[in-house]
Write a new protein. Sequence first.
Length: 385
Amino acid sequence: MVQSTQAGASYGLSLLWVIILANVLKYPFFEYGSRYANATGESIIDGYKKLGNWALYLYIFVTLVTMFFVTATVGNVTGGFLQNLFGFPSLLWTNVGLFVVCAAILIIGKFKVLDSLVKIIGIVLLVSTIAAFIAALYQGPSGDTPLFSGDWFPQNIFLIALMGWMPTAVDLSAWNSLWTVEKIKTTGYHPTLKETLFDFNFGYLASTVLAICFVTMGAFIIFGTDNSMGEGAAAFSNDVVNLYSSTLGAWSYLIIAAAAFSIMFGTAIAVFDGYGRAMTKSIQLAINPKNFNDTKYYRVITILTMLGGFLVILFFQDSFKQLVTFTTVFSLIVAPVIAILNTVLVQKKRIGDKAPKLWLRILSYAGILYLIIFSIYAVYLITLV
């Protein structure tokens, strides 16, 4: 929602290839998280431990470096949509309330009810986005500037930021495995690999389609005009919602504003939950205690994530785009390491006949090469800043 729209608004359709390429070449590493969990009944973080303590500690390091920045980035965007929806005067205090509510929902265990509601709202947003996308295509570009251009290349840090979180950071692939294992435990049913991958593929495909819709809407409605996306989270959120109302009509503004906030709210809680589960599992594997109270650790980590994320927002409160750029660029730089670990863990000698087929293995090798090349490119660009 953030990076795709900004890409379209700033560069037209020139970066559409980046979005498609990133979604295709990162696909195996997210799929492997779900595949490993289904095949072994344990999370891929357990797999890191089996590769050696060095792999587990490396994952813990990456998680500790990113967790507060990712939480802050997603939380700040969510706060912007909340402030835009209700007109709260202060984004900072809006974020305070938002973070407290997110942590409280997880600590008291009421996320399942919210998750069911958010999925329904998600369908509304998905249908609305596709409708707005079709309407934008029908109306044609608003500006006179050609939608394709090579002027952005090669020294553009936004290219790296776009790749870093398209569709999201590779290290978050561990969350897929954690949620897959949790679903097996709570339902008492171990799905077939085909069932697990169907759930994953549906969500991944929907995310890719939405990304293409957002970049196209940004290109057709804003690029080449005197308008631009807002700098702050609240202003940016308002501009995103206006993309819909400018194509669907003013009547849709409140509906889209509510749906967009709800989706981001569910995403924010999922980020809190993902880091809570990932760090709890990592600590358990690292210290291996006899009586490990995972609920206690989960609650403590959730509170620490809330506090750390808010402190990052406080530090970056006047530089929203810089926060997003820093987080996404770092995510891309560490991505090749996680991609290699995930690929090693789904070899046939580890998960038997549930190992990926040849075409998927080839795609993963291409994805690793792609991530290495652009990680080096990212470091090169950073040295020029």
